[in-house]
Design a protein around this ligand. Structure first.
Ligand code: URP
Ligand code: ZN
Length: 459
């Protein structure tokens, strides 16, 4: 297959050129590649950008959040939506029950993930610490290609860890050369504030952000940095939402600490005022950390430009209106959809509004996440030898985001009505047409589990 006449864009370069694909891999890239007798298909990418297939390293398909309650996209519907938005690889999470052996939880999760249309990897969440955890973590890294572990400083009643449990996780990860991804919010302060509001009859979703103020994130980021520095482990801070957290991360990076961080489109583009909607509508915006007051978004864009943040992922974790409907804000399942909309939002409101360059757009959505999570250069790269995961992006498209038309299995979209410019025109995944003429061509289960190598891109 030959893709010709497009503008090829990577994290470091842009040029008019051609890409030759063979055996599911990129064979050659150059300014002009001649068609040969073995070229079976020629794709004209004239007028389009040619990006590496995007990588979303933070998604939660069918995440169990309580008895009989899971996030509403399963691996099939969620990965179909991801593909339609230009993402060819996702990394989801194994979330063991406390005390459950990690291999057992991993086997269950792999069974669910087999439905994926995207290629996929898994982070292992550590939700408790026992005498088997260190050797099970070693097994994850050495046998399963799972080189990142997720810990939660919030949600202490279910999956969150105390500091005394975070330390051995970080110490073990350091010895294994693995990365620890951290959800940074002070769980004890949140619990105290939730109980205080509820006892005062303040039950509406507008109290969700007030129960998780900005300082709750900043304090947890500083504590995670402190603990990981002591353990000598590399850190990845997920879904950063505040200026204060950025200040801590910037200072740590300047001091040479191995810390990387992501934000999500909703923190860049939406604000706390969404919670002032009527309760039934405001519930759709309940995610953690919550949306922030005006000002934090601008700081996050600046941090993406300054490399304080390296990744824009989605934290995709949708819930339908009915699932999110609860009279007590602290019991509304946390999470929002976004996997289909990430690239269009960052392109429209980032690249086209001069907040980030086109190369930085490719970097934060594809190459940096692939490097950080040990997928590069197989994924996130346009290089000879890389998987032929190629996104042909039509910059002329104009549309509007809506729950009526998105592929997320969710009846709300927090970006409802947002005008967007640009969308995938054609996507190739491992050399096969994955998306064409507004349709996802891959079938359920077409994705491959991708074992990952050593994490990279530290300061
Ligand atoms: O609100 C969120 N972020 N839901 C998904 C689970 C998590 O905390 O990452
Ligand atoms: Zn998450």
């Amino acid at each position: 297959m030959l893709i010709e006449k497009g503008t090829i864009v990577t994290e470091s370069t842009s040029f008019q050129g051609d890409i030759l694909i063979s055996g599911g891999k990129i064979k050659e890239i150059g300014e002009k590649i001649e068609k040969t007798s073995s070229t079976t298909k020629v794709i004209d990418a004239g007028g389009c950008f040619v990006f590496p297939g995007a990588v979303d390293v933070h998604v939660h398909m069918e995440l169990p959040v309580g008895p009989g309650l899971c996030s509403s996209d399963d691996f099939e519907s969620g990965s179909r939506a991801a593909l339609a938005g230009g993402t060819t690889t996702i990394i989801d999470f194994v979330t063991p029950l406390r005390g459950q052996p990690l291999p057992e939880a991993l086997a269950q999760r792999k069974e669910q993930a087999r439905k994926s249309l995207c290629d996929y990897g898994l982070h292992m969440s550590i939700t408790s610490w026992n005498k088997h955890t260190a050797s099970e973590m070693k097994n994850c890294v050495e046998k399963e290609g799972i080189t990142s572990f997720k810990v939660y400083m919030a949600y202490k009643d279910t999956i969150g860890l105390e500091d005394r449990e975070l330390i051995p996780v970080m110490d073990t990860a350091a010895k294994l050369g693995a990365l620890v991804a951290v959800h940074c919010e002070n769980g004890d302060v949140i619990k105290y504030l939730q109980e205080k509001f509820l006892s005062q009859g303040k039950t509406s979703p507008r109290f969700h952000p007030l129960s998780r103020p900005a300082a709750v994130e900043r304090e947890a980021v500083l504590r995670a940095l402190t603990l990981s520095a002591a353990a000598g482990c590399a850190l990845y801070i997920v879904h950063v939402s505040t200026e204060g957290a950025l200040a801590e991360i910037a200072a740590a990076r300047l001091a040479g600490q191995k810390v990387l961080a992501e934000t999500c489109p909703h923190y860049l583009l939406l604000e706390k005022k969404e919670y002032l909607r009527p309760d039934s509508a405001a519930a759709a915006y309940v995610m953690s950390p919550p949306l922030r007051p005006k000002g934090h978004g601008a700081a996050l864009w600046q941090a993406l430009r300054d490399d304080v943040l390296q990744v824009a992922a989605t934290d995709h974790c949708p819930f339908n209106r009915k699932q999110a409907s609860h009279p007590d804000f602290s019991k509304i399942p946390n999470g929002v959809a976004g996997v289909e909309n990430r690239l269009a939002l960052l392109y429209t409101y980032g690249v086209l509004q001069d907040k980030i360059s086109l190369n930085r757009f490719v970097e934060i959505t594809a190459s940096a996440p692939a490097k950080i999570f040990g997928l590069y250069p197989r994924k996130g790269a346009l290089q000879p030898g890389s998987d032929a995961d190629i996104l042909i992006w039509d910059p002329a498209y104009e549309g509007v985001i809506s729950a009526e038309t998105h592929l997320h299995n969710c009846d709300t979209n927090i970006f409802e009505g947002f005008p967007i410019k640009g969308k995938p025109r054609l996507i190739i995944r491992r050399g096969k047409i994955a998306y064409e003429k507004d349709s996802v061509m891959l079938k359920k289960g077409a994705g491959l589990y991708i074992p990952r190598g050593a994490p990279g891109l530290y300061p």
